[in-house]
Design a protein. Structure first.
Ligand code: ADP
Length: 377
């Protein structure tokens, strides 16, 4: 049996995401045994000195059972009403399960705005830090009752990766109804094989990740691979393992678990860089030449006006922008030192000429290296 071993240190923050299929039964509501074993697992890893946050789906599932519905609701208001009914039932189940482990839980409901708006992002981060210091386990879910389609993060796989980023976690554990990531969806292909370690998320890996094979799950492996991309490029390891095993968390921290480990592509980034690279929305882009690309990717230099070929979009100084290579692939994101109008004037020009062209005092870099995040391929 393959074992996944990760190097964890004291104060390591671990985010555990638990999927709908594991938590809810089609119509009978929440699976309390599973919530109890999750609480035991979290208690075990907390006793080793790690901080743990849980990202949990299941509000709609719990609401469906409470309302005695035969099907999951289809319309947005019905879904949101069902989530409003189910969320406290879900929390009650967590509260009871963790109380038997002498652990207090706290509820955090997030929307996309809480990540995109930097002030709210830092605020959420500070709240979570206080909960961690007090050994409280935050139970996090998307705020389904207020989030309309346009402002939704959509699925809890991506939410859990954003949370792992927000709390500067070292590890995200995604518990699903399957042992890990396979070469193909095992519910359709019985020759599919478990892939124990993914070092780089190649286009092939992305192709192998299919949607959910059935049940109540939503994103399947596709959203889990998106989550893995986000985590690994921010320097966070990710594990997919089978949450039907009641001792899965204990086995993961002792390196005895079967599953898939996604290795981080870089060292952990600081909070500002995480926000620039993975949370804020680019307002525009610059396309750069090969020389500038090499300076950024091989020599970790700042981006200068001389390497810029083209400016797209309308943005202000200090907005986040995408950096594209000659072929249009996004290779980095960063905070622009200039507006799009100014960049259009100085693109391709020497740094020394910038002040003369703009008629004002200006620093040389278009994106300073401290405000630049390279995206892994
Ligand atoms: P959860 O609620 O745990 O997020 P999902 O149903 O969304 O569960 O995702 C897990 C499902 O993804 C698996 O049960 C499987 O049917 C499907 N799947 C698609 N492609 C793959 C793959 N390459 N490896 C493993 N599972 C896959």
């Amino acid at each position: 049996m393959h074992r996944i071993a990760t190097t964890l240190h004291e104060k390591t923050r671990i985010v555990v995401k638990i999927g709908t299929n594991l938590l809810t039964d089609k119509l009978s509501g929440l699976n309390h045994d599973r919530i109890n074993s999750l609480a035991r697992g979290v208690s075990h890893i907390q006793s080793l000195g790690y901080h743990v946050a849980v990202v949990s789906s299941g509000a709609i599932g719990a609401g469906v059972a409470a309302r005695g519905l035969k099907e999951r609701p289809m319309t947005m208001p019905e879904k949101q009403a069902t989530a409003a009914i189910g969320q406290p039932i879900l929390m009650e189940a967590y509260e009871a399960a963790f109380r038997t482990q002498a652990i207090t839980v706290g509820q955090i409901l997030l929307t996309k705005d809480d990540f995109v708006n930097r002030a709210r992002y830092l605020n959420a981060r500070n709240t979570l830090a206080v909960l961690f210091e007090n050994r409280v386990v935050p139970i996090i879910n998307e705020n389904d009752t207020v989030a309309v389609e346009e402002i939704k993060l959509g699925d809890n796989d991506n939410l859990s990766a954003m949370v792992a980023n927000l709390v500067e976690a070292d590890l995200l554990i995604i518990l699903s109804d399957i042992d890990g990531f396979y070469s193909d969806d095992p519910s359709h292909n019985r020759h599919a094989e478990l892939i124990p370690i993914v070092e780089t998320i190649t286009p092939r890996i992305e192709k192998q990740a299919k949607k959910s094979g059935g049940g109540l799950g939503t994103g399947g492996m596709m959203t889990k691979i998106q989550a893995a991309k986000l985590c690994t490029s921010a320097g966070i390891a990710m594990i997919i393992a089978n949450g039907s095993n009641p001792r899965v968390l204990q086995e993961i921290v002792s390196g005895e678990c079967r599953g898939t480990l996604f290795l981080p592509a870089t060292h952990r980034l600081n909070v500002k860089k995480r926000w620039i690279g993975f949370v804020s929305h680019p307002r525009g882009s610059v396309r750069i030449d090969e020389g500038a690309k090499a300076a950024l990717t091989n020599h970790r230099k700042s981006l200068l006006p001389s390497g810029i070929l083209e400016v797209t979009g309308v943005f202000n100084e200090k907005d986040t922008i995408s950096v594209l290579d000659v072929t249009g692939n996004e290779i980095a994101r960063g905070v622009s030192g200039y507006s799009s109008a100014e960049l259009a004037m100085i693109r391709g020009r020497k740094t020394d000429d910038v002040e003369t062209i703009l008629g004002r005092r200006a620093h040389g870099e278009v994106i300073h290296k401290d405000n630049l995040v390279l995206l892994s391929k």
